[in-house]
Design a protein around this ligand. Structure first.
Ligand code: G3P
Ligand code: MG
Length: 275
């Protein structure tokens, strides 16, 4: 396609687009300091001053949506095997905190329902990634996870993203209104036909691996009126030029690192400088 530089007619011009204050999103919760994708990781993010978290959702074998990243449970629990083989009782018998640190021993796998309740209690924003691992059913995931998520959170505190085109299509079919459901297209590298895809899904945002983002592409995305999120960036100094390209949000394992490195942030005072 050759229309990547032409803003879609249905979108506002960049001059009219509401100004977005660049912000940070805690990746899998505050995963640098707590076991990823757990209630503790979200509480830790909140305590650290983060207002948004990114979390992955998948289905257990019995159809319960849970907050989990991998196909299996080996890396982040005291057991092994595939998530799809577990029912809720078995899944919640696992310890999903001790692998990270003894401080989190006894942590239980969070259901999406429990997590949505916590996000609401803490008044946080959620970037929910529909995680479709190999062999899993995107439509079943959307059917189980999306209605309860939309019922729990207002549109301004929710962005639903996925690498899976089937999950995105299914989500958009479930909720056709782009103002009610903000959809994020996840890419490692933004493809040449990104605008066609963004239009097809009535996308809100593009989410890209920050190391694979080129300035020209970033500026195209912003000129077309879409939000641009970068994952997973944990070096605020290396990331500084991406803000100049118009990036709206950085997804980081530790957003506190960005305290003095967001555009417009107050630089550290001299008495905060390590000696
Ligand atoms: O949503 C951004 C990021 O979470 C995508 O990669 O593997 O960490 O889920 P992953
Ligand atoms: Mg994710």
């Amino acid at each position: 396609m050759n229309d990547a530089l032409t803003p879609p007619a249905e979108l506002v011009s960049p001059a009219d687009a509401p100004k977005v204050v660049p912000f940070t999103v805690a990746h899998r919760g505050l995963s640098a300091h707590a076991p990823e994708n757990t209630l503790s990781a979200v509480r830790a993010a909140h305590q650290a001053g983060c207002s948004w978290v990114e979390l992955d959702v998948q289905l257990l074998g019995d159809g319960t949506p849970v907050i989990w990243h991998d196909n299996g449970v080996r890396r982040c629990s005291d057991s092994r095997g595939k998530l799809a083989k577990l029912d809720l009782k078995r899944a919640q018998s696992l310890d999903v905190g001790r692998w990270f640190s003894s401080e989190f021993a006894g942590e239980r796998m969070a259901t999406l329902e429990d997590m949505l309740r916590l996000i609401n209690e803490l008044d946080m924003g959620l970037n929910l990634e529909l995680k479709v691992n190999r062999g899993r059913d995107a439509q079943a995931l959307v059917a189980a996870a999306l209605p309860m998520t939309l019922a729990a959170l207002p549109s301004e505190r929710l962005v639903v993203s996925s690498f899976s085109l089937s999950a995105l299509a299914s989500a958009r079919a479930h909720e056709p209104d782009p103002d009610r459901l903000r959809l994020g297209l996840l890419f490692e590298k933004i493809p040449r036909d990104w605008l066609q895809e963004a239009r097809r899904f009535k996308a809100y945002s593009l989410h890209v691996d920050w190391r694979k983002l080129k300035e020209s592409r970033a500026r195209e995305v912003k000129a077309a009126g879409y939000r641009l999120f970068c994952y997973t960036a944990n070096d605020p100094v290396a990331f500084s030029r991406q803000w100049d390209w118009g990036v709206d949000a950085v997804i980081s394992d530790d957003p506190t690192l960005y305290e003095h490195h967001l555009p417009g942030a107050v630089p550290p005072q001299s008495d905060e400088t390590p000696t």
